[in-house]
Design a protein around this ligand. Structure first.
Ligand SMILES: Nc1nc2c(ncn2[C@@H]2O[C@H](COP(=O)(O)OP(=O)(O)OP(=O)(O)O)[C@@H](O)[C@H]2O)c(=O)[nH]1
Ligand SMILES: [Mg+2]
Ligand SMILES: [Zn+2]
Length: 348
């Protein structure tokens, strides 16, 4: 079996060679590369030139391999190295504070929304922010178009444009099989992760794109169209046209664990305005010379968009603080100084 279909290229070959010339790799028996196609409780499934094989977790590998990673296996087979990632899609762990790696080496994030339920701006912006954090492109897929009438579909497209007018959107029906070639054109030979809530139609779309029943699908609840969390592990599938798909379990809340720069990218317009504020530590609430509040007053910036930006920025900031406590202390001191200055001005 050739690894080309999984995205193997000269750069990955170079990474393997670089790793193997390292002293620490000299004791590895029959090293061979592979791409992680599935990660579950029992171990990893890895695509290699000899087919897809099960690898044990074995000795600790740092970073721990996730779906989409390129690894070097030994004879056992145990993974012995995770090759340097080109990107990592991560989010805040459900109900937790830490980071959860979702998939590695992803080029495009498909933000999958089912047209049998309302499209939510906040969810799109959050998922976009995860994509920005990974340096991946965002593409919105409005699926189940067979269930929506044309005016509903058009309204959903307008909602997406409200989240970001530059976002590309493909409206399709996985069940009806239309809009699929358009999406395949967008994907090309890249690695794509499907992100969306349970029941949105991710696995059904995977099956249609792959043109085979490779992923289990489930129904949705009558009334609110909530899904049943059918997909329980992340899994990578091959497209006949050369791309790679990563199906993921539905996520209820897209918690941000991202570099604050990723939020800045999602709200580039607000960030641009903020550079024009008189004070560079402007909080855009009541400071004089604030370009952000001026834009809101002039009707050039929706107050709602400013609120969403604040929420995501605070979330990314909190994640950054947890990830780097030293930087956090520095920031605390700065905030302390700012607070003192504000109090002093007030009492003057
Ligand atoms: N009418 C219609 N139904 C669809 C379409 N795509 C998916 N569905 C239905 O939506 C339900 C949920 O689909 P899944 O593909 O399992 O959803 P999922 O996003 O993978 O859900 P989780 O694995 O729980 O995260 C199933 O009943 C599908 O048959 C579509 O294009 N049209
Ligand atoms: Mg699924
Ligand atoms: Zn301001």
């Amino acid at each position: 079996m050739s690894l080309d279909a999984y995205g193997w290229d000269d750069r990955w070959r170079g990474e393997v060679e670089a790793f193997l010339t390292d002293e620490a790799a000299s004791d590895i028996d029959s090293p061979r590369p592979g791409r992680v196609v599935r990660h579950d409780g029992a171990g990893l499934m890895v695509a290699t030139e000899d087919g897809v094989i099960r690898a044990m977790f074995g000795p600790t590998v740092d970073p721990a391999p996730v779906v989409g990673d390129w690894v070097v296996l030994d004879r056992v087979p145990n993974p012995r190295a995770t090759l340097p990632r080109r990107s990592l899609l991560r989010r805040r762990a459900a109900g937790g504070e830490g980071e959860q790696a979702m998939a590695a080496n992803v080029d495009v994030v498909l933000i999958v929304c089912g047209l049998d339920r309302p499209v939510r701006i906040g969810r799109i912006q959050r998922t976009m922010t995860l994509a920005n954090d990974a340096g991946a492109e965002s593409l919105v897929v409005l699926t189940k178009a067979d269930l929506a009438d044309p005016t509903d579909a058009a309204r959903a497209e307008m909602t997406v444009a409200e989240a970001d007018p530059s976002l590309a959107v493909v409206t399709l029906s996985a069940r009806g099989g239309w809009g699929i070639t358009d999406l395949l054109d967008h994907i090309g030979r890249r690695t794509v992760a499907l992100i969306g809530e349970s029941g949105a139609g991710k696995s059904t779309l995977v099956n249609t794109l792959v043109n085979a029943q490779v992923a289990a699908t489930g129904g949705v609840r009558e009334g609110d169209a909530k899904g049943r969390h059918t997909t329980t592990s992340r899994e990578l599938h091959l497209l006949a046209t050369g791309g790679v798909l990563v199906d993921t379990p539905g996520i209820r809340e897209v918690g941000i664990f991202a570099d604050p720069d990723a939020v800045a990218e999602t709200f580039a317009d607000v960030e641009e305005l903020a550079t024009q504020c008189r004070f560079n530590d402007c909080t855009h609430r009541s400071e004089p010379g604030c370009a952000v509040t001026a834009a809101v007053e002039a009707g050039d910036l929706a107050p709602d968009r400013l609120d969403r930006w604040r929420v995501l920025e605070a979330e990314a900031e909190a994640a950054a603080v947890r990830a780097d406590p030293v930087a956090a202390r520095r920031r605390d001191r700065q905030m302390g100084r700012m607070y003192r200055d504000v109090l002093r001005d007030k009492h003057r």
